[in-house]
Design a protein around this ligand. Structure first.
Ligand code: CP
Length: 306
């Protein structure tokens, strides 16, 4: 999970490192001045609400100075490259840069050139490690597995546009590292068997056949900004086949929870009443995101050293 001070991926995550970080986030065992005198930049080449705000809040809660940068209105419009943008910001003296970029591998690329800690806040359809950590924290707490973080016997369906989703990839790795089993569910083009093979997950195309057996259904939006509209025939009744409706949710186990990394498209992948129901832990995922990002920032800067 960690490459020196950098957090880039949950692929091949060490379960003990995951559990240690989740313990820290659950108990908030960080000094409130842990990042006093440090500076953190959020560098976002793609839009965000949850990730950017929660990283900023997390850094501020630990006493860091925070600067939020977005590519809109920046010198990217004058042709400045990713690396030159990163070097420019790093040269101002930041200890950590939290980066989101539409290209797969962008965070890893800048980390190779970095003196500061780099945290991947989402790169293309590749990875979103802190979302997976937030989801594991919220799920473990909801299912009472937050002592030891042993997810053995828990089955999670990740439903929808898995192929476009960095959340699906990061969650599949993190959840399985903790012992859960994962099934990707969606139309053939959005949940191809090759993706399941690459991630070591099951794949299913019939949501109704899967829902009754899972402990959590993690609904994903269709990522139109990554061209996912082309994956389905024109007029395809997506909500009818893959939307988590009130009727479908009623057929889930009593103890099962509904998740969504956000942003949601109500009425498409999830009916609004399900998102707002007692089964839903969607707001808890958001809340967990702040605690997890505090733990990630504290670890990253500690690993960076003095
Ligand atoms: N889940 C997530 O990454 O949301 P944002 O795009 O709002 O940060």
């Amino acid at each position: 999970m960690w490459t020196g001070p950098h957090l880039l991926t949950t692929h091949d995550a060490d379960p003990e490192q995951l559990r240690s970080l989740l313990d820290q986030a659950r108990d908030e065992t960080f000094a409130h001045d842990a990042l006093s005198g440090r500076a953190v930049a959020t560098v976002f080449f793609e839009d965000s609400t949850r990730t950017r705000v929660s990283f900023s809040l997390a850094a501020q809660r630990l006493g860091a100075r925070v600067v939020d940068w977005t590519s809109k209105g920046s010198s990217v419009s004058k042709g400045e490259s990713l690396i030159d943008t990163f070097w420019t910001i790093e040269s101002m003296g930041f200890d950590a840069v939290v980066i989101r970029h539409p290209e797969n591998g962008a965070a890893e690329l800048v980390a190779k050139h970095a003196r500061c800690a780099v945290i991947n806040a989402g790169d293309g359809s590749h990875q979103h490690p802190t979302q997976a950590l937030a989801d594991a924290l919220a799920l473990g707490e909801a299912l009472d597995r937050d002592r030891g973080w042993d997810f053995t016997g828990i089955r999670v369906a990740i439903v929808g546009d898995c192929v476009s989703s960095r959340v699906a990839r990061s969650n599949a790795s993190a959840l399985q590292a903790l012992g859960a089993s994962v099934v990707l569910v969606g139309p053939q083009a959005m949940a191809p068997k090759e993706l399941g093979e690459a991630l070591g997950c099951d794949v299913a195309h019939d949501l109704d056949a899967v829902l009754g057996e899972v402990d959590a259904a993690m609904m994903l939006r269709i990522q139109l900004e990554r061209g996912a509209g082309r994956l389905l025939p024109e007029g395809y009744p997506y909500h009818e086949h893959y939307g988590l409706t009130r009727l479908r949710a009623a057929r889930m186990k009593d103890s099962a929870v509904v998740m969504h990394p956000g942003p949601m498209n109500r009425g498409v992948e999830i009916e609004g009443v399900v998102a707002d129901s007692d089964r839903s832990i969607i707001r808890k995922q958001v809340e967990a995101g702040v605690r997890v990002r505090m733990a990630v920032l504290e670890n990253a800067i500690r690993r960076l050293g003095a």
